[in-house]
Structures are given as C-alpha cells and as structure tokens.
Design a protein. Structure first.
Length: 300
C-alpha cells in the first residue's frame, strides 16, 4: 500500500521573497543611518542584517527548489532542501549572535555616546519594518520559516533595545545601556535558535518528529482486530512538516483478497487524520518470515 499526498502552495515562497527584499532594502538604510548617527550599535546591526539577508535569500532559493516534482533519482522530491536551509540559517544566526556578543561586551568598559535623535528615528523604522516581516513569516509552518522568523525577531528585539536606549539617552548621559540591552536580547535569541538547531539536526538524522504521534499511530493500528502486531515501523520527516511512515503489519489470519482490500481501507482511514505525505504499509501473513528480520528484532 503506497500513498503520496502533495500540496503545491507557493505561499511560503511569497512570504520568504517579500521578507528578503524588505530585509535587503532596510539593511542599506541601516548602513547609511549608522554612518550618519555615528552609532556603532546600528552599524553592527546593519552587518548582522546583511548576514540575515544572505541567509533569507539562500532559504528562498532552497524553498523554490523544494517544490519541484519528485524524480526517479529523488523519489521523495526536494523538500529536504528546506531542512538544509534551516540548518544553514541556524548556524549563521548562531555565529551572528556570538559576533554581536563579542562586539557588545567590550563596549561595557568603554561606551560611546551616539546621536540619540537619529537612533530614535531609525529604531522606530526598524521596529516597523522588521515587525511587519515577522508578521508575514509567522503564517509559515515549515522549519525553515520558523528559523527565519527567529532571525527577524532578533532584529525586532534589537530595534526595541535601540529605541529604549535612544529615548533614555535623550534625557540621561548613560551610554552603557546600549551594550547591556544588546547582550540581553542576543542571549535570549541564541538560546531559542540553539533549540531549533537541535530539532533540525534530529530531523536530519531521521529521528521521529513527534514521539506522541508515533505512539498514537502504533496504538491505532494495533487496535484493529485483524492486525496481530506491527514492526519495522519508521516515522520520520522530510522537512519538519511533511512526514513519512513505513511499517510491516502482521495479519492475524490468512485473509482472502476481498478482506485484505477492506483491511487496507481501514488502515488508510486510521492514518488519514495524521496528514502523512508518504505511507508505505506491508502486510505479512502468519508464519511468513519478514525479509527485514534484523530490523524486526531491533525494533522489538
């Protein structure tokens, strides 16, 4: 029994594409604004946004490739390219966050006073632009879009920090607030990105995307009276969104063809609620030797 379920939505392409052009445009504005305000914080954010733009552009290209039709060579299609993009973006964001920390920490001992008025204007624009980009990507469900959302959320929090600092600096000569806030939000983002990186690496190693769902699938199949047992079960994910299931089902009796057809339909009905992209189910008759006997023992 073999099933393919494909959805060819270009929504995520549009979301990532808009985010890319928005980010590139604002990065240019940041470099100019950082130079005019003599703000090292804004210049550092501009460099970081440049890295974000490259990552988002890379993710956009991978996302477009991932919707290509499956071929004889790539029978599952190209959806795992988005997982590769998520991995690259996570690594870039980790490196970027570490770089921001290295830039911010020395400023604690030698903070410089920037042009607070210009910082305030750029901060308001930064919160608006990046906030809109986060809103656009928030609708996405792929792991890639989630990683990119963290990219942009980091920028939003960064600009909120700049906004707060610029308002304070308009009234108080306390430039050390800038590096303190930068360190705080960077550590917060770094923590969350490392969690995403862990998830991405697990999916790359074809770990189960959700152990609870896997257990529920196994229970649902075992509850069918005609099924005596299940083994050689593999539940993994192409990209964190499209899941794959393969399993060997042990039949309780040597059923006739008509009964096997009805049983296949019943199994399909039990699996329908899990929205699986690919399912491969094999029936094994009583006393039949599993050709993957070593796997059967390995899975208990």
């Amino acid at each position: 029994m073999h099933n393919h379920s494909h959805s060819h939505s270009h929504g995520k392409d549009n979301r990532i594409g808009w985010t890319f052009f928005l980010n590139v445009s604002f990065t240019i504005i940041e470099f100019i604004g950082g130079w005019l305000t003599n703000s090292t914080a804004i210049m550092a954010d501009a460099v970081h946004d440049l890295g974000d733009s490259l990552s988002i552009g890379f993710a956009w290209i991978l996302s477009r490739f991932s919707d290509k039709e499956a071929s004889d060579r790539f029978s599952y299609g190209y959806r795992r390219l988005t997982l590769f993009g998520a991995l690259i973006n996570s690594i870039v964001l980790v490196i970027g966050s570490v770089w921001v920390l290295f830039e911010a920490i020395p400023r604690l001992s030698n903070p410089e006073m920037p042009m607070a008025e210009g910082m305030l204007g750029l901060a308001l624009l930064g919160v608006a632009v990046n906030g809109y980009a986060v809103f656009k990507l928030k609708a996405g469900k792929t792991l890639n879009e989630k990683v990119l959302t963290w990219h942009l959320l980091e920028d939003v929090l960064g600009w909120v920090a700049v906004l707060i600092v610029s308002i304070v600096l308009l009234f108080v000569d306390l430039p050390i607030l800038d590096p303190l806030l930068s360190i705080g939000f960077t550590l917060f983002i770094l923590f969350n990105v490392l969690k995403n990186l862990k998830t991405t690496l697990a999916l790359f190693l074809q770990a189960t995307p959700d152990e609870e769902v896997q257990n529920n699938i196994e229970k649902a199949i075992k509850a069918i009276p005609e099924i005596n047992g299940i083994h050689h079960m593999h539940f993994w994910s192409l990209d964190g969104e499209s899941h794959v299931l393969t399993a060997h089902l042990e039949l309780a009796h040597n059923f006739e063809v008509d009964k096997l057809i009805r049983l296949k339909q019943q199994v399909a009905k039990e699996l329908s609620s899990y929205n699986l992209s690919h399912t491969t189910i094999e029936f094994e008759f009583p006393q039949e030797t599993c050709r993957d006997e070593h796997e059967k023992h390995a899975h208990g």
